[in-house]
Write a protein that binds this ligand. Structure first.
Ligand code: TYD
Ligand code: MG
Length: 426
């Protein structure tokens, strides 16, 4: 049960913040390490507990077919073995369909209950009868509250249903996972209506044609929004990938012009990714600029810096930028890698495949420091990288703190021009 609220029993008394008891603040592990990591952790009786918070409501959003039902079926199985009954409600699949998937996934927990239902009143009855500790609703867009107007999936319906689940979660102290499909505009379906209602929004991303999936918290009242979880979709469902850098670099060819590896930092975990650029003469009056996995505006800013501050002519070129493996990189620390990949492809020169590149690029062509350079370089070293092009400010603090890595040759740069010259030697 959730802790009692102040005011219950007629007394209203504020509590000293430092006296607030965290022992009530439990978490239930989903048994899927990467999902638990994204849900967050709290210290509990001397250990760090991670997983879902009882009484909370979590929205799992993503494109159709990305693996939401798969992930929650697997989680339902694990959680039920720890906390007891889990109710999986589906408005999309029949009980037979869910069973056939779970059979394939090797799931046989006696405490997972399924129900094919879309009427939320019926659902309440089922919850009363089953007394689950965790409820999975697949998907919120198929649910219908009779007292609300509109068709299932409409803003009014989605909001009304989410409010009902919120009340269920808070009064019964059970955790609720809502599945939400992302609609065509890319907003979390039932548009963004749900974001305010729920405690956490987890976004499941990835290229459906590839095996990797990234789970990202875009909102989390009980944890950090920086953590990501990495999964691989295979014949036995989703498997956590504990060593994503190695996986993401596994198909790299090495000595290709336009390929540069950078170490990004997502939450507490460094991730090595390959940035690819293809610069080719354009036959269009307005040459193409396209990015996959990178922020479009930031990338075009880096291209403008290459033109204006370094003097690389890109005006008549089509430019395609890509992060290999279907990963999305949102932090500016990837800028310098984008710059060097583009410059390399333009000049047909390769960057040494054992070099990792870090740095944010500013409008005047300066290379700015990235946070936690040391951790990023450690991950690169672990995967066999022997040299690094990094912002001078980072290089200086590594030296001052004595945290330089043995066997890693550091090239410190303060401008993009310097980075291009030192990398390609002209
Ligand atoms: P699903 O979880 O149904 O996606 P969502 O609920 O987000 O719409 O899974 C979608 C795809 O995953 C489906 O095309 C089949 C594939 N898949 C596997 O590759 N392996 C598996 O073990 C399972 C269960 C699904
Ligand atoms: Mg589904």
């Amino acid at each position: 049960m959730p802790p009692p609220r102040s005011g219950e029993g007629g007394r209203v008394e504020a509590q000293r913040l430092r006296d607030v008891n965290l022992d009530d603040f439990k978490r239930w592990p989903t048994g899927i390490s990467e999902l638990d990591r994204v849900l967050g952790s709290t210290p509990h009786e001397g250990v760090n507990l991670s997983g879902v918070v009882p009484g909370s409501i979590v929205l799992l959003a993503g494109d159709p077919g990305i693996g939401k039902s798969t992930l929650l079926t697997q989680a339902a199985d694990n959680i039920s073995q720890v906390v007891g009954p889990v109710l999986y409600v589906s408005g999309e699949e029949s009980a037979q369909q869910i069973r056939s998937r779970s059979k394939r996934l090797g799931i046989s927990s006696p405490d997972v209950f399924v129900l094919n239902e879309t009427d939320i009143d019926m659902l309440d009855t089922a919850i009363e009868n089953t007394r689950p500790n965790v409820v999975v609703v697949d998907s919120i867009q198929t649910m219908r509250a009779v007292d609300s107007t509109g068709a299932p999936g409409s803003v009014a319906q989605v909001r009304a249903c989410a409010d009902r689940f919120l009340r269920t979660a808070k009064t019964l102290g059970c955790a609720v996972f809502l599945v939400g499909h992302v609609n065509k505009e890319g907003a979390i379906a039932g548009p963004r209506v749900l974001e305010h209602t729920v405690d956490a929004v987890l976004q499941f991303e990835g290229d459906r044609s590839q095996a990797y999936r990234i789970l990202r918290a875009v909102k989390n009242r009980f944890g950090s929004t920086n953590e990501i979880g990495v999964f691989e979709m295979g014949g036995m469902g989703l498997t956590p990938v504990e060593n994503p850098s190695a996986l993401l670099l596994s198909e790299r060819h090495g000595n290709e012009p336009g390929s540069v590896v950078t170490a990004t930092l997502e939450g507490t975990r460094p991730l090595l990714v390959e940035v690819q650029a293809l610069v080719a003469p354009s036959h269009l009056t307005q040459p193409r600029r396209s990015t996959t996995g990178l922020d479009y505006n930031r990338a075009t800013m880096v291209l403008a810096v290459l033109e204006k501050r370094v003097g690389i002519r890109l005006g008549a070129q089509d430019i395609f930028l890509n992060v290999a493996g279907g990963v999305k990189v949102t932090e500016p620390g990837v800028d310098l890698a984008v710059a060097l990949a583009t410059a390399g492809s333009r000049a047909d020169l390769a960057v040494n495949p054992e070099t990792v590149v870090l740095g944010e690029v500013g409008l005047s062509g300066e290379v700015r420091a990235v946070p936690h350079a040391e951790r990023r370089l450690q991950e690169a070293a672990r995967l066999g990288f022997r040299s690094a092009v990094i912002p001078s400010r980072n290089a200086r603090s590594l030296k001052e703190n004595g945290t330089e890595l043995p066997g890693m040759k550091i090239t410190a740069v303060s401008t993009v021009r310097e980075a291009v010259e030192l990398t390609f030697g002209s």
